[in-house]
Design a protein around this ligand. Structure first.
Ligand SMILES: [Zn+2]
Length: 268
């Protein structure tokens, strides 16, 4: 837990899980993302109520991915998200949760009596939350997923980037990622001259995180050609010497990206 500006808190997940955040303003508290686990979200809620008497007025989901949204169920307040986030979450069935448990058997217990809590307030382009002495603009950008949104906290100019930015770890590039759009978003965010960037995963950064992410994705974009023409070996040699790749943890996510690139209909 780190208070990066007065009333602006970040919970960095050291193990690579999703980061969480919350903002305490004059009129209440807003939580950003809720983790994969209800128990973690409960812990966060308890922590918040132990340090402030202000009510939790809303939770914001940066996108639909379960590691950012499944803890919603721990909260009774409004859940704000992009309309596509809600749409996708509405269509998550028992099978979707079963797939998660199959992949991570150690979390089976957490999902025994689990039901998804959907966003209750949706928006199309952007939504502003005014907390009196500080405000948050939630802005739909797409890229990592079609529904991805970022949150700008004013007056501190802090960007909660969701999975648009990942530090320290290889990013999760999924079949519904759109690399072209993602790169465009990063260029747009660079123009905002933000003070700090809170990535969806990894440690707190600044504008350099935006640049690193841009360079990373730009490389990935070039990979699909090499994969198609069977030049995978030269590609792996190339990135082994590149700190922006070799310093990132979770190489299995990189392998996953190569699979997505070679097999999917992902927009490049
Ligand atoms: Zn994600």
């Amino acid at each position: 837990m780190e208070e990066i500006f007065p009333g602006v808190f970040v919970v960095v997940n050291e193990k690579g899980g999703a980061n969480l955040g919350f903002i305490i303003g004059k009129n209440g508290v807003v939580v950003i993302d809720t983790s994969l686990f209800m128990r973690k979200a409960e812990e966060l809620k308890e922590y918040i109520t132990s340090i402030t008497k202000k009510p939790i007025v809303a939770v914001v989901n940066t996108h639909y991915h379960p590691d950012h949204s499944f803890g919603n169920a721990a909260f009774t307040c409004s859940i704000i998200a992009h309309e596509i986030t809600r749409e996708i979450m509405e269509n998550m069935d028992k099978e979707y949760i079963k797939n998660i448990v199959d992949k991570l058997p150690e979390v089976a217990k957490d999902f025994q009596d689990f039901s998804i809590r959907l966003p209750t307030i949706t928006f199309k382009k952007s939504k502003k939350i005014d907390l009196g002495d500080r405000s948050m603009s939630i802005i739909h950008v797409g890229g990592h997923t079609e529904d991805s949104s970022v949150i700008l906290v004013e007056p501190f100019n802090v960007l909660f980037a969701g999975d648009i930015v990942i530090n320290d770890f290889h990013p999760e590039i999924v079949p519904d990622s759109n690399l072209k759009k993602w790169l465009k978003v990063l260029k747009r965010l660079l123009k905002w001259n933000v003070e700090l960037v809170i990535p969806g995963h990894g440690s707190i950064g600044d504008e350099k995180s935006l640049i690193d992410m841009y360079n990373y994705l730009r490389k990935i974009q070039g990979f699909s050609e090499k994969i198609k023409s069977g030049k995978l070996d030269s590609l792996l040699e190339e990135i082994a010497e590149e700190p922006n790749f070799s310093n990132r943890k979770f190489p299995e996510l990189f392998v996953h990206t190569l699979q997505v690139l070679s097999s999917s209909t992902m927009e490049k």
